[in-house]
Design a protein around this ligand. Sequence first.
Ligand SMILES: CC(C)(COP(=O)(O)OP(=O)(O)OC[C@H]1O[C@@H](n2cnc3c(N)ncnc32)[C@H](O)[C@@H]1OP(=O)(O)O)[C@@H](O)C(=O)NCCC(=O)NCCS
Length: 117
Amino acid sequence: MIGIDIVETKRIKKLIQNKKFLLRVFAEEEILYCENKKNKEQHYSARFAAKEAVWKALCGKYKIKLKDIVVKNLANGKPEIEIKDKKIPKIKLEVSLSHTKNYAVAVCIIQPNNLNI
Ligand SMILES: CC(C)(COP(=O)(O)OP(=O)(O)OC[C@H]1O[C@@H](n2cnc3c(N)ncnc32)[C@H](O)[C@@H]1OP(=O)(O)O)[C@@H](O)C(=O)NCCC(=O)NCCS
């Protein structure tokens, strides 16, 4: 299973000025990560794209809040997904992010044997 999403950074730049949106969509660790970056809207946009890509890869099988789909970076920078909702079975998701001034993209892959569809 695969999911992809592309986001315009200018759209997210505007949205993250709204604290209600920010706190509804992003987890605390994501906010901390992005706020420490120079072009924070790019990092927020990539995380937003990742959340949508995970949704697509799961084919909407699970109703997961965007905030509960969390992007975490390993020490070498590689992003990983943690699903924070305890009702969702453990699924191994692979994610990859890329961003420029104008666009951010994310791809998510789930091995078929990780999903009981
Ligand atoms: C990692 C790297 C390829 C990113 O490429 P880039 O063109 O500078 O930037 P992009 O916008 O395409 O990608 C940025 C995203 O790459 C991801 N990334 C960073 N380090 C990564 C790594 N080691 N492996 C996989 N993904 C990584 C992150 O998600 C990052 O976005 P984030 O900081 O918002 O989470 C680049 O920094 C690099 O060449 N690093 C050194 C070599 C390396 O570690 N390569 C990875 C091989 S698997």
